[in-house]
Ligand binder design. Structure first.
Ligand SMILES: *[C@@H]1O[C@H](CO)[C@@H](O)[C@H](O)[C@H]1NC(C)=O
Ligand SMILES: *[C@@H]1O[C@H](CO)[C@@H](O)[C@H](O)[C@H]1NC(C)=O
Ligand SMILES: *[C@@H]1O[C@H](CO)[C@@H](O)[C@H](O)[C@H]1NC(C)=O
Length: 409
């Protein structure tokens, strides 16, 4: 008993001293740049960044040539991650301590990969995962392919290689990726913990060596991909070194198409604009999911966006258990602040209320819904989405679009 009390007092004392050191450095170290706390990053902060207010803080630089002091950034990031995870329960992640999850210490991070398609709720799901302290969000590594789906040759090999490299924090030989990012900074800015540094000096984000070193400091690594179908992901599941867990995120094609109407990138691209292509992919994903779940029962989880949006808390707990993550207070805080009241969306974060998944019912004309339903009959029946019979049925309270579905044959 005494021993346990001692243990806890040591833990508390350690926590307090880390807190004091950090608090101290906050006030004495005023000339140095300090990244803003992800925990407190919220709509206000995003606005601030857009207004350029935070740009006033200087980046640590070398005295001799004025270049960013990479050693200092790495060092500060290391202590910040340690501090933010000081009371994290590593048992949930199957290891003893933080170092076991750090590539820079020879450990293996917890890696997750969201496979989905445009406008299927990946922003919301991606940000739930990114609410974990110590998470490196690879965002979408395949932006440079623009609006196409990759289902096989000619792009599959290269795209899969890119995904694998990035999940291993290998950024050499990725010139295309960095080149594309120079003209499309959102490729980096969704990775807030990286962007915290690049926003002061964009060149850091184009620097493969820095990116690799920085990446290897993070115990949790997440990625979302909306341009590769699940069938091809087998190759990534096979990679034992990666040990990645995959989440397939599916959404009602009527909701997807409604949401895509508001995106001007979509219309000219058949893979984005034609329901028959979307729904053929949903069938292909269904078949692949059944097969891969047999082969890798612990490494694939299938999720419908509607189930997540209607039950964010329970679904998040289930998802984190599957990934081997302990739900932290920053995650519950994210859910609390993003799933309650509806507000006009600022930036890309939005509130998911119970109405969001079924908004299409009130927005789409029944003729268009009927077209989608005819085209998507099979995909919808496999994934448990019910048909609306006519315009009044679609709008009536009695029509609940979801039913159970099953992936076991
Ligand atoms: C850590 O998590 C494990 C399993 O997830 C649990 O059994 C254990 O009680 C937890 N430890 C603490 C200190 O909360
Ligand atoms: C969220 O779900 C977990 C696990 O099911 C539960 O323990 C917790 O009380 C829930 N929290 C809220 C706010 O509903
Ligand atoms: C619409 O569909 C509902 C449910 O199938 C049916 O009861 C109703 O008669 C239909 N209304 C019209 C106008 O066809």
């Amino acid at each position: 008993m005494l021993r346990r009390v001692n243990f806890y007092s040591i833990c508390i004392a350690f926590g307090l001293s880390v807190l004091l050191i950090l608090a101290g450095s906050r006030y004495t170290d005023n000339t140095n740049y300090r990244p803003s706390s992800e925990n407190r990053r919220n709509i206000k902060n995003i606005q601030k960044v857009e207004d350029g207010e935070e740009l006033l803080q200087p980046l640590p630089t070398n005295a001799d040539d004025g270049s960013p002091d990479i050693e200092k950034i790495i060092e500060k990031t290391r202590s910040k991650i340690k501090f933010e995870l000081w009371n994290y329960n590593y048992t949930a992640s199957g290891v003893n301590n933080l170092e076991n999850l750090l590539m820079e210490s020879g450990g293996r991070p917890i890696r997750s990969l969201i496979i989905s398609t445009w406008r299927s709720g990946t922003t919301f799901l991606g940000e739930i995962l990114n609410a974990m302290p110590g998470n490196f969000y690879h965002y979408e590594p395949l932006l440079k392919y623009e609006i196409i789906q990759i289902r096989g040759p000619p792009h599959a090999d290269k795209a899969l290689k890119t995904i694998k490299n990035m999940l291993k924090c290998k950024f050499d030989g990725m010139e295309d990726y960095f080149e594309y990012g120079k003209g499309h900074l959102h490729q980096f800015s969704h990775n807030g913990r990286l962007w915290d540094h690049c926003k002061y000096k964009k060149e850091l984000c184009f620097d493969s060596e820095f990116t690799a070193r920085f990446c290897k400091q993070f115990p949790f690594q997440s990625m979302k991909v909306v341009r590769v179908r699940l069938r091809l992901i087998q190759e990534i599941l096979q990679d034992k070194e990666l040990n990645v867990k995959v989440i397939l995120l599916i959404r009602d094609p009527r909701g997807v198409m409604q949401s895509r109407q508001h995106r001007n990138f979509c219309q000219p691209a058949p893979d984005c604009w034609q329901p028959e292509l979307l729904c053929a992919d949903m069938i292909s994903d269904y078949v692949a999911a059944g097969r891969l779940l047999n082969q890798y029962p612990d490494r694939l989880m299938v999720l419908r966006y509607e189930d997540l949006a209607l039950n964010p808390n329970a679904t998040t707990y289930k998802l984190f258990k599957f990934l081997g993550l302990s739900v932290t207070s920053s995650v519950t805080e994210f859910l609390r602040s993003h799933t309650s009241v509806e507000v006009a969306g600022v930036s890309s974060t939005f509130r998911v209320s119970r109405d969001v998944p079924f908004r299409w019912k009130n927005v789409l004309k029944f003729d268009y819904v009927e077209d989608i339903q005819i085209t998507c009959k099979e995909a919808m029946s496999l994934w448990g989405y019910k048909m609306a019979h006519n315009a009044s049925h679609m709008l009536s309270k009695d029509f609940y679009p979801l039913e159970e579905y099953s992936l076991v044959q």
